[in-house]
Write a protein that binds this ligand. Structure first.
Ligand code: S3P
Length: 176
C-alpha cells in the first residue's frame, strides 16, 4: 500500500496548526498509513496526554514520545504527525533527518489561537494566559522547526488546500 512512498513524511509544527487533520488527508491522498505520535503514546500508556502530564509530568511524556517516534520511524513509510514539542528533541531530529522527510506546518499566533479553541484540553495551554504561552513556545520553537526539509504556510488556507500545497511540493521528489 505504501510502496510509492520512499520514506516517511513527518509533519511538525505548533499545537493547533492542523497536523493531525492535514496528515490524515495527506495519507489518504498518498494511499498510505497515517499515524499520530500523541495517539500512539495514549494507546501505549492507556491514558490521555493530559493524564500522562498530570500523573507523571512532562519529562516522562517527552521520554515516551521520543521512544514511540523512534519506533514509528523504524516502520515502513507512513505519514506521521508529531506532537508540537517532539521536534525539540535533538535525538528525534537526527532520526527524522536520517529516515524521513520533515514538513513544517507554520502559522501565526492569531491563527493558532483561533484553531486551538477556547476549551482546549492540551496540558500546556491550561493556564490563565494560553496566548502568552503559545507566543513563548513559538519564539523558542520556530527556529528549530525551521530545520525541517519543507516549510509550508498553513495559515489562511483550508486544510484541504494545505494538503494540495504539500502534494505539489512533494511532486519532484516523490514518485507517486
Ligand atoms: C505539545 C503538543 C501536543 C501534545 C502535548 C504537548 C507541545 O500535541 O504532544 O500536549 O509541547 O506542543 P499537538 O501539537 O498535536 O497538539
Amino acid at each position: 500500500m505504501t510502496e510509492h512512498l520512499q520514506q516517511s513524511l513527518v509533519l511538525i509544527g505548533p499545537m493547533g496548526v492542523g497536523k493531525t487533520t492535514i496528515g490524515r488527508r495527506l495519507a489518504t491522498a498518498l494511499r498510505c498509513v497515517f499515524r499520530d505520535s500523541d495517539e500512539a503514546i495514549e494507546t501505549a500508556a492507556g491514558r490521555s496526554v493530559s493524564d500522562i502530564f498530570n500523573d507523571f509530568g512532562e519529562a516522562a511524556f517527552r521520554d515516551g514520545e521520543r521512544k514511540i517516534i523512534a519506533r514509528l520511524l523504524s516502520e515502513p513509510p507512513m505519514v506521521l504527525a508529531l506532537g508540537g514539542g517532539a521536534f525539540m528533541s535533538a535525538e528525534t531530529r537526527a532520526l527524522i533527518r536520517q529516515h524521513a522527510t520533515s514538513i513544517w506546518l507554520d502559522a501565526d499566533l492569531d491563527t493558532l489561537m483561533k484553531r486551538v479553541g477556547r476549551r482546549d484540553t492540551r496540558p500546556l495551554l491550561q493556564t490563565d494566559d494560553p496566548r502568552a504561552v503559545m507566543a513563548n513556545l513559538l519564539a523558542k520553537r520556530n527556529p528549530v522547526y525551521a530545520e525541517a526539509d519543507i516549510h509550508i504556510d498553513a495559515a489562511g488556507s483550508s486544510h484541504e488546500e494545505t494538503v494540495r500545497t504539500i502534494l505539489a511540493q512533494l511532486e519532484p521528489s516523490h514518485d507517486r
